[in-house]
Design a protein around this ligand. Sequence first.
Ligand code: GLN
Length: 400
Amino acid sequence: MTTHQHSHPRPWVSNKASQFTESVIREMSRLAAKHQAINLAQGFPDFEAPQPLKDAACQAIQDDINQYAITWGDKVFRDAIAAKTKWYLGLDVDPETQITVTCGATEAMMSAMLATVNPGDEVIVFEPHYENYGPDAILCGAVPRYVHLRAPDWHFDEKELEAAFNKKTKAIIINTPHNPTGKVFTEAELTFIGKLCEYWDVLVLTDEIYEHILYDGHRHVAPATIEDLKDRTITINALSKTYSVTGWRVGYIIANAELTGAIRKVHDFLTVGAAAPLQRAGAAAMHLPENYYTHLQQLYDNKRQAMLEVLDTVGIPYFKPQGAYYVFCDIDRFGYADDIAFTRHLVQDIGVAVVPGSSFFEDPVQGNRFIRFCFCKKPETLQAAQERLLTLNSEIKLAR
Ligand code: GLN
């Protein structure tokens, strides 16, 4: 993207806003539309949302739930979140003092950080990472400290993590299941992190938006269920991925009453609140029967299978995801200058949009042999992508 710079006696754009670029993930969706490419970049389903949610949203509008909800969330929705959280994570949450409803997980992370992190504080982020966390930290005036997740299994080095903690560390972000690698953090890993957080008095900000999308028997362990992390964890989630409604922008934060008090103030002045009728529909989502989640897992298991078959057929090496709906791939063998050149060719000439790996790394060079596909798509979409990607393969054979 080009930004137009005019010369003023002093810069009109703030230092903070100058420190990060626009989201590459969101940009890829615009490029996909421009080039009529199949969009396997930004993570959103191309299939229908559950009928009970759509009915509940329409009903809420007809019932005139059309004015502001309570700023920190409609009571009906907060009660439903508490009940669902008890069922799935086994956590006791007081909807009156421990839940804040937000405009998606994106606002949730921003509000939670602004409510807890001071300028100059350090925030630990595992890398590769979902691209929002860097700008979130900058907007708080905080300094992100990156700790590597190491291929092929995306484990972290305990010594490296230990060395990242210091007196300035205020928080650590844990995204599990992880975007873009599909890593699911184990109880042992979280317990290790918990000991460090306890020792250094550090908060945990989670992003658990893929908590129900798991493969091969992997189990979601919520950091808030780890003994040392119970009180110091700010749990972030949203309707977007579990209920296939990414455009609704409804998320929520669970934290102890003290932290929730601060988060609610920030949230109120940022957005006042999330869409009231969609919060009502959110309550319907939280009351879906257990088998909804079993079906969701099966659905995604099939989609992962289809995606991996596409990659096998085309010959793109990948890291098999344990959770979430992305697959991180190694493009080394294709011999392009970098991930940007490769993704540009894919979207412009082959007709498939993906996310360049560098957008998940602080130092672009570290991500330049990776790309990310998302596979929350209809079978025919993945099939069409395969047909286009096969052209890529014949190009490479020709080039040899
Ligand atoms: N999490 C999604 C992704 O990584 C995007 C979410 C968003 O764009 N807000 O593609």
